[in-house]
Design a protein around this ligand. Structure first.
Ligand code: NDP
Length: 433
């Protein structure tokens, strides 16, 4: 904390991981101390911060700050998204990069951990302004990334449009046509099913977790927060599995639709019009729109936080438990605060942490990297079935890890241990570096 003051989210993520690793750390205390494993794993390989100047539509020069934290490449090239949101700072990028190490390890694929982004706010910007920002951002970032070194992807505020502009600029400046970014468009090396992957993967893992606890997802009522990429495809897959999703939200308010969210309307509002959720009522007069927070006050069996970090607080956890919620699975990164997580677990709510539950996105990004290397494109069904296998395997790996350390049913402990063991094994084998 003294070394990195003000990085609350990073400290929160490190505390959660290290607390749950306690049994492994105790078992290997001497070795970890000698090899400074913990000291090394919390220190990024490098942290890049840079100026991103761009010209807005009025001819005014704007300046944002760009970040890329290359955290750990013990098991493969750095891999993790680029977040564009005004809240972005070094602490947030570090927390995301740190989590990414273990998430990527859990996928079983050869990818290390990294994360990046900028405090640029894409909301309300014209296409030209977005392009100007993305080009300037990539003009600097392209010096540090590459298909075999660091492969960024999308995240909050970075979708297919932004990835396209960044890819174009990388190609122009570096003169290389290579799989340096994932989440690309299908016409230039993108993977089918990448758009759907995080939301679908969340449901594949949730379904497996429920099944292994003797519960069917069919006919369950689901509360989803967020209305971006993860939330939309989580809603879609939940509906395909026979559950009823009754909420979605954004940073201004939330929708309650007692008849179940109309997916076509949601997609049109968010993906086509890029509009706000206040529009949803025009499509579904029976639905309710509420300003501010409140998704977690709705009666539901399953809660899927899919918006952002620290969006499910202790008071929300209490409301969920009081309303009979049986499972929470994190689509977003660290959406549940530590005290809320502990409350849910203490009240026997099945809890799947984001680093496992939302790993489908990065896993499919790694599949995109494989397709780029092979110069081949797999079918939607091929990618989707690999994704499903990966998510089911992740659940069993963390379930087994929890059991090995007498923490049966504690999937937070299981995910951290399973992710950590592989990374430490690789770090140890590669010596002090
Ligand atoms: P999007 O930008 O597509 O959507 C984000 C959603 O969350 C929007 O509805 C947004 O509302 C809402 N949101 C953002 N910030 C806040 C806030 N401070 N308070 C309330 N709501 C907020 O992002 P994604 O769907 O891609 O990402 C969502 C989460 O999932 C993030 O935590 C991301 O790191 C994580 N994730 C995403 C992956 C992916 O493949 N996309 C992979 C793994 C994790 P508004 O429009 O009002 O801003």
């Amino acid at each position: 904390v003294a070394k990195d003051p003000g990085q609350q989210e990073f400290h929160q993520a490190v505390k959660e991981v290290l607390d749950s690793l306690r049994p492994v750390i105790e078992e290997n205390e001497e070795k970890y101390r000698r090899d400074a494993i913990l000291e090394r794993i919390v220190e990024p390989d490098r942290q890049l911060m840079f100026r991103v100047p761009w010209v807005d539509d009025k001819g005014q020069v704007q300046v944002n700050r760009g970040y890329r934290v290359q955290f750990n490449n013990s098991i493969g090239p750095y891999k993790g998204g680029l977040r564009l949101h005004p809240s972005v700072n070094l602490g947030i990028i570090k927390f995301l990069g740190f989590e990414q190490i273990f998430k990527n390890s859990l996928t079983g694929l050869p990818i290390g951990g990294g994360k990046g982004g900028s405090d640029f706010n894409p909301k309300g910007k014209s296409d030209r302004e977005i392009m100007a920002f993305c080009q300037s951002f990539m003009t600097e970032l392209c010096k540090y990334i590459g298909a075999d070194t660091d492969v960024p992807a999308g995240d909050i505020g970075t979708g297919a449009r932004e990835i396209g502009y960044m890819f174009g600029q990388y190609k122009k400046v570096r003169g290389l046509y290579e799989g340096v970014l994932t989440g690309k468009g299908l016409s230039y090396g993108g993977s089918l099913a990448r758009t759907e992957a995080t939301g679908y993967g969340l449901l594949y893992l949730t379904d497996e977790m429920l099944k292994c606890n003797g519960i069917e997802i069919k006919d369950k009522v689901v509360a989803v927060s967020g209305s971006g990429n993860v939330a939309i495809y989580a809603t879609q897959k939940a509906q395909e599995l026979g559950a009823k999703v009754v909420t979605v939200s954004d940073s201004a308010g939330w929708v309650y639709d007692p008849d179940g969210i109309d997916l076509a309307a949601l997609k049109e509002i968010k993906e086509v019009k890029r509009a706000r959720l206040t529009e949803y009522k025009n499509y579904r007069p029976n639905s309710e729109y509420h300003e501010g927070r409140g998704v977690w006050t709705v009666k539901c069996d399953i809660a899927l936080p899919c918006a952002t970090q620290n969006e499910l607080l202790l008071e929300d956890a209490k409301a969920l438990v009081a309303n009979g919620c049986i499972a929470v699975a994190e689509g977003a990164n660290m959406p549940t605060t530590l005290d809320a997580t502990e409350y849910l677990q203490a009240n026997k709510v099945l809890f799947a942490p984001g680093k496992a539950a939302n790993a489908g996105g990065v896993a499919t990004s790694a599949l995109e990297m494989s397709q780029n290397s092979e110069r081949l494109s797999w079918t939607f069904e091929e990618v989707d079935s690999k994704l499903k296998n990966i998510m089911v395997n992740i659940f069993h790996n963390l379930d087994d890890a929890a059991k090995r350390y007498n923490a049966e049913g504690n999937y937070v402990v299981g995910a951290n241990i399973a992710g950590f063991e592989k990374v430490v094994d690789a770090m140890t084998a590669q010596g002090v570096c």
